[in-house]
Design a protein around this ligand. Sequence first.
Ligand SMILES: *[C@@H]1O[C@H](CO)[C@@H](O)[C@H](O)[C@H]1NC(C)=O
Ligand SMILES: *[C@@H]1O[C@H](CO)[C@@H](O)[C@H](O)[C@H]1NC(C)=O
Ligand SMILES: *[C@@H]1O[C@H](CO)[C@@H](O)[C@H](O)[C@H]1NC(C)=O
Ligand SMILES: *[C@@H]1O[C@H](CO)[C@@H](O)[C@H](O)[C@H]1NC(C)=O
Ligand SMILES: *[C@@H]1O[C@H](CO)[C@@H](O)[C@H](O)[C@H]1NC(C)=O
Length: 360
Amino acid sequence: MSRSTLSVLLAIAVTSQLALAQPDPADPTPLVDKTYAYPSGIPYQVDYNTAAIRGPQTGYNICNSTTQNQNSLCQTSMVNHIDDFCLWAPPIPNSTIGDTEQEEVAWCTKPGHGTRLIPNGALQGVQYLVTSEYIQIAGFIDQTQINMNAQDYGGELDPHGADLRGNPLGGLMYSNAFPSNGGNNDSYQQVIDWTNFMGGDAFCITICDPASSSANQSAYCQNIYDRMGCSYNMPNNAQNGTFEVCDSDLKIPAGLYVTGGVTMTYSQPDSAAVDPPYTAFTPASSNCVTYASSALYTGIATVTPTGVSASASGGTAKATGTGSNSAGAAAATQTGGAVALGVSTLAGVTGTLFAMIFLS
Ligand SMILES: *[C@@H]1O[C@H](CO)[C@@H](O)[C@H](O)[C@H]1NC(C)=O
Ligand SMILES: *[C@@H]1O[C@H](CO)[C@@H](O)[C@H](O)[C@H]1NC(C)=O
Ligand SMILES: *[C@@H]1O[C@H](CO)[C@@H](O)[C@H](O)[C@H]1NC(C)=O
Ligand SMILES: *[C@@H]1O[C@H](CO)[C@@H](O)[C@H](O)[C@H]1NC(C)=O
Ligand SMILES: *[C@@H]1O[C@H](CO)[C@@H](O)[C@H](O)[C@H]1NC(C)=O
């Protein structure tokens, strides 16, 4: 790597501003521009260039019955319905998202995608919202059962990153859920933009409709507010203990807020404390249908955790909120809804920095 290339990349890492993201010269195609038909067009790895600064990709993208096991390194994920979705989580027990963001693997609620399975009972409440632009899932999870350190307040996974190669590197997302897929549950569209916060025994994930404008996908799957958690990025009123599917109005994209009739933009500071001058507005949801988790997750009923003991959690928390889904009734707060704060940015940047110094 040339000295000037290195200094450019160091500058990017030091400022940590994702808005200044630059492709890695050794692998310049951004992950969001790598598109493949499912499943036949997907390569073994979408990010295989070992000359790139980060990496190489630790898992693979061809996932099948051979890779359907609890050691799977499948990095092709799915969000199809409340009973059929995957979250990104670490391959090795007791990890933090900040330390492992580039190597997370898919953990799913259903066999058939060639991935690991979320152990039975780990999901403790799930709210699945259908909007005209995106699908949002927020909920509660015993994160130790998917290899996360019990104390990890977590971080954000998305197909961008400072080098545009994604976290995890090479992670792909597919769905059959958007109207533009034509209602065929057996075929899957690639989701171009998505974002997933994991941490604090909560999670939230949004997949943006690939048929919408790229501006809308960027706005609703915003990835630069990675230290502001679910409550700002995906305001929700998910309840611990409740499993529900609802229609929902659109959120106000993260970072935007209206005061005195004027739309303002809040920028997340690089390293100072995050202190937005607003509370995120939780959009109205409607037509909610609730389910028993045992009826939804039949495919994982016998899956048990293989990592660290899952018995560490406190057990004092109770389901919060009133279950109201009415307009504006519950602005997202740190106590209601699933929050999953993203605090991994510095760890991630530091890791990148060390990797670059090592390679120079
Ligand atoms: C199954 O997936 C593995 C891992 O990606 C791959 O090596 C293997 O070729 C795949 N098998 C088939 C039949 O596609
Ligand atoms: C998990 O990691 C933390 C910090 O590295 C350590 O203190 C703790 O004992 C580990 N927990 C288990 C269950 O291994
Ligand atoms: C496709 O999946 C959705 C969600 O699970 C379900 O409601 C719908 O009935 C399925 N469609 C068909 C044609 O099976
Ligand atoms: C983009 O989102 C807005 C709502 O914010 C919606 O009115 C518009 O139709 C969307 N554009 C496209 C191309 O889907
Ligand atoms: C969710 O509820 C379960 C079961 O009551 C509890 O063990 C867990 O701590 C709760 N999670 C949160 C994040 O409050």
